[in-house]
Design a protein around this ligand. Structure first.
Ligand code: AOF
Ligand code: ZN
Length: 365
């Protein structure tokens, strides 16, 4: 058995990751997976997972390869599955096709698989290598991994402010801050969008993906494949009515409040000034939400952060200064000592248009 990876293995895995990314707007609740079959240094066939319920990446590649899969190396960005889900096990399909070697980027965190796919391949005498480009594969499926490992979606909270950290003038005027076209991409990548009743009542947003606002040069979903994210509204005091614009689209709306009004509503007990947000996250994971994108006001954003539920803050800063009378970006409890202040690790900084976009991860101890 070979248990090392060559430079060529890394190259083919990067190609498989590119293929996996083609499913980024459509596979939820399933992960993004790509597969490449290679023989004698030549590409034999490729495939990627498009949609839950449809064939997995390996099956697409094996179908395209036919008899040429025999003796080939399969590069898969996620461990081939060993279970009967909506589709039969890919490990069995690879064994039947008589591939010689399987290289995977990471183990499947789904407890129904979790190493059993690799074990089955090894038991059939196939060479197996795992962990090639694992960091990139983890990043690609952050949401799926979070849901499988900790029964919570991967939560990104959008914040938009002036350079001096203000969100609105004292009179509440804030329409100028949007995050622009970039927000469309985050919305489209997300399985659901989280917002609060305050935002719905004050701004009456649509929270839809609009392809005509898509940024130039960024991979775009084809219109037939566009899926509008589910809208989740934290509505502790049942103030949101069906007149709100979030209801005026085909996408589902799930209201989260202490009692249900509509069939799809989430019933979450009250906890302080909001519903129990940790429990809400767990319920969203149970409904298969991998990536959750939040556009909410400073109170809900602050509560999510204080309860350590935020995985990433996506902060847009407009080159404006709003002065002392402006409202703050985030409502957090008043801290007395510096060691109580949440610390962040900055992961990425770039311009989007004339704004600055910072991606930061809270550091939870
Ligand atoms: C693979 N290749 O392309 C994908 C995998 O309900 P199913 O049959 O679609 O199974 C979904 C599970 O299979 C999913 O939770 C994950 O563990 C795995 N996804 N596995 O070998 C693929 N998409
Ligand atoms: Zn599979």
């Amino acid at each position: 058995m070979t248990d090392f990876a060559s430079a060529a293995d890394h190259k083919w895995m990067l190609h498989a990751l590119e293929l996996a990314r083609l499913g980024q707007f459509t596979t939820a609740p399933n992960p993004n997976v790509g597969c490449v079959l290679v023989k004698d240094g030549e590409l034999v066939a490729e495939g990627w997972h498009r949609c839950a319920g449809e064939p997995h990446a390996e099956v697409h590649a094996l179908q395209a390869a036919g008899g040429r899969a025999r003796g080939a190396t399969a590069y898969v960005t996620l461990e081939p599955c060993s279970h009967y889900g909506r589709t039969p096990p890919c490990a069995d399909a690879l064994i039947r096709a008589q591939v010689a070697r399987v290289v995977v980027a990471m183990e499947d965190p789904n407890p129904q698989v979790a190493g059993a796919g690799l074990a089955r391949l090894k038991a059939a005498g196939i060479d197996v290598v795992s962990g090639v480009q694992s960091a990139a594969a983890e990043r690609l499926n952050q949401g799926f991994c979070a849901r499988m490992r900790r029964q919570r979606p991967w939560l990104r909270v959008k914040l938009a402010a002036s350079l001096d950290g203000a969100t609105a003038l004292a009179n509440g005027e804030s329409q100028w801050i949007t995050g622009g076209a970039d927000v469309q991409v985050w919305r489209a990548k997300s399985h659901a969008i989280l917002t609060g009743a305050d935002t719905v009542l004050m701004d009456d947003p649509q929270l839809t993906v609009r392809l005509n606002e898509w940024p130039k040069g960024v991979c775009k979903p084809v219109p037939e494949q566009l899926r509008q994210p589910i809208k989740v509204v934290v509505d502790s005091r049942q103030r949101v009515t069906r007149q709100a614009r979030i209801y005026q689209h085909q996408a589902e709306v799930w209201r989260a409040s202490p009692s249900a009004r509509d069939a799809q509503d989430l019933v979450v007990p009250q906890c302080g000034q909001f519903i129990d947000l940790a429990l809400l996250m767990q319920q969203l994971a149970e409904r298969g939400i991998n990536e959750l994108w939040s556009e909410c006001g400073p109170r809900l954003a602050g509560a999510l952060l204080a309860q350590q539920l935020v995985d990433e803050l996506i902060i847009y800063q407009a080159p404006k200064l709003m002065g002392a009378s402006a409202r703050q970006l985030l409502q957090l409890p008043q801290f007395e000592q510096m060691d109580e202040v949440p610390e962040l690790d900055i992961r990425d900084v770039r311009y989007v248009g004339t704004d600055l976009r910072i991606i930061a991860q809270p550091r939870y101890s």
